[in-house]
Design a protein around this ligand. Structure first.
Ligand code: FAD
Length: 390
């Protein structure tokens, strides 16, 4: 009986039922795995030959851990570090709060490697080292992706999961604050590594914020965002920027004293449209991950949203919910979480908030507990058709 069902699934006409997934990061892999496990013929196109380091704080929230577990990813066996505390540091002060949910940290290179492997194991046809140059509609029921070698791939349904990279004709709005983000790995001095062992630390400085936390392999990830006009004041140079942040935030100077940088130079990205939520889409085009919504980084919720939107989009597609309806429902489901995160981000960057910092640090543990709860994605949003989700 089981064999018969599998044979039946395999006879689905790829041109009618095939799905193209563009981008093999968190969202693209998660959607591909969900669809392949339901017998769909899935082709995933990822421009990198092998996963690389990505600019990311690498914090995995409780919801992200649940979704990864459901996909078959055991983060503990990959070396993920449990994170139990969050500290907020600004100027010479720091406050600590226990996290109200389980959390961990894991490098994106390790996580993405494991997700791609899981997708292949689920039967996804993965094409790596191929970049999608254009995506166009070829009549009512067909999409065509043109790759960098000039070849094309067609399917009636596409999942757009290219993360921060926009495809021509499918761009997201400008980022008015012109954010720049950096990531650098350090081997901390033993005493500092011992202090950071199970904590994620958020640091505030003029024009942005940054986070430092341990990841697997006994090293620490420092990930910072800053508005371009503030970076201009230090000549757009990483060395000057990090020196300036340490002056403004002696807590970070203490953490980095005697630390050894582990990359030749930091990885950097620009254009991060924080607060963006996609309004509309075309028939047959499901937008997921950062192509659906971009939450401020300090929440540590981007990966969770990527997994959540991927799961919901896969369920919507399998439940025959048209892409434009899915996208509109996703938008309304994410809107309040996004507004609150934006509001909190404005507060962190606000000079008045800095002036009342001693008070902010006193109330931080309580605010942290409430904000953490309110900025989590609802695990069972109404957009999932129950028949499919169950
Ligand atoms: C500074 C910063 C810190 C962050 N910290 C955290 C954190 O601590 N915790 C957290 O949960 N989230 C964090 N995030 C957010 C998180 O990194 C993203 O939300 C998440 O990676 C989105 O997943 P995705 O699948 O949409 O994109 P990605 O994971 O970036 O995957 C996109 C994939 O598409 C591929 N691709 C791109 N263009 C093409 C193309 N043309 N053709 C083929 N393939 C293509 C890329 O190579 C990539 O593999 C942070 C973000 C930033 C900017």
């Amino acid at each position: 009986m089981e064999l018969l069902i599998k044979a039946d699934d395999l006879t689905l006409n790829p041109l009618q039922h095939g799905v193209l997934v563009l981008g093999g990061g968190v969202a693209g892999c998660a959607a591909s795995i969900a669809l392949a496990r339901k017998g769909r013929s899935v082709t995933l196109i990822e421009r990198e030959l092998t996963p690389r380091h990505k600019v990311c704080g690498e914090f995995l929230s409780g919801e992200a851990l649940e979704d990864l577990h459901a996909l078959g990813i055991d983060v503990a066996s990959l070396g993920a570090v449990p994170i139990d505390y969050v500290r907020l540091a600004a100027a010479r002060r720091a406050a600590e709060a226990p996290l109200p949910f389980p959390a961990a940290s894991l490098t994106r290179k390790t996580l993405d490697t494991s997700l791609i492997a899981e997708a292949i194991a689920a039967g996804v046809h993965v094409e790596r080292g191929r970049s999608v140059q254009a995506l166009s509609r070829m009549g009512a029921n067909l999409w065509q992706a043109t790759l960098d070698d000039g070849t094309t791939r067609e399917a009636p349904t596409v999942f757009l999961a290219t993360g921060k990279h926009d495809l021509r004709g499918h761009t997201r709005p400008e980022d008015p604050e012109r954010w720049v983000a950096f990531k650098m790995y350090f081997r901390l001095a033993p005493a500092q590594a011992a202090e950071l062992v199970d904590a994620s630390e958020l640091m505030l400085y003029p024009g942005g914020y940054g986070g430092i936390q341990p990841v697997e392999g006994g090293i620490a990830n420092l990930c910072c965002v800053v508005q371009r006009r503030h970076l201009a004041r230090v000549g757009h140079r990483w060395e000057n920027f990090i020196a300036r942040v340490q002056q403004d935030c002696p807590h970070l100077a203490m953490r980095l004293a005697g630390a050894e940088p582990l990359l030749d130079k930091p990885i950097a990205i620009t254009h991060i449209p924080y607060g963006y939520i996609r309004r509309t889409t075309d028939d047959g085009l499901y937008c997921i991950g950062d192509q659906a919504a971009v939450i401020p980084s300090f929440t540590g919720d981007g990966i969770s949203i990527a997994l959540h939107t991927a799961r919901c989009a896969a369920a919507a597609y399998l439940g025959e919910v048209p892409a434009p309806i899915f996208q509109a429902k996703l938008r309304s489901a994410l809107q309040s979480q996004m507004r609150l995160a934006e509001f909190a981000a404005d507060g962190l960057n606000n000079s008045f908030a800095r002036a009342v910092l001693p008070f902010c640090l006193r109330v931080w543990p309580g605010v942290m507990r409430v904000t953490a709860r309110l900025t989590r994605v609802a695990q069972h949003a109404a957009i999932e058709p129950h028949a499919v989700a169950s």
